[in-house]
Design a protein around this ligand. Structure first.
Ligand SMILES: [Zn+2]
Length: 104
């Protein structure tokens, strides 16, 4: 189980989008990087490679390093460090290390 998963709400802790929140759209575990909706937007200059394809500048998300974000705890509504706990039924859950409540 990973600390940060797809669809998690995360808060950016450093960089140009520090303090902003967004939902994790994609995780790249091998590279420790994420794509978060609306965070780390970059402008891409698009040249038409086929006839009829428009040229121009579009904005889209770039990946950012997983260490730059913290999962927002649904209970305390703050960026939290994530721990793990095995429940009595054997299922492993993520816990907020600030309030000790389950995140999942
Ligand atoms: Zn919490």
């Amino acid at each position: 189980m990973r600390r940060i998963q797809r669809d998690d709400l995360v808060e950016v802790r450093s960089g140009k989008d520090r303090g902003r929140r967004g939902q994790v759209r994609q995780v790249f575990p091998a590279r420790d990087r994420l794509i978060v909706t609306g965070i780390n937007m970059v402008k891409r200059h698009i040249k038409p490679t086929q006839i009829g394809q428009p040229a121009g500048i579009i904005e889209r998300e770039a990946t950012l390093h997983a260490s730059k974000v913290m999962v927002v705890c649904p209970i305390c509504d703050r960026g939290a460090r994530v721990g793990f706990r095995v429940r009595a039924d054997g299922a492993k859950t993520r816990v907020c290390r600030r309030c000790d409540e389950d995140i999942d």
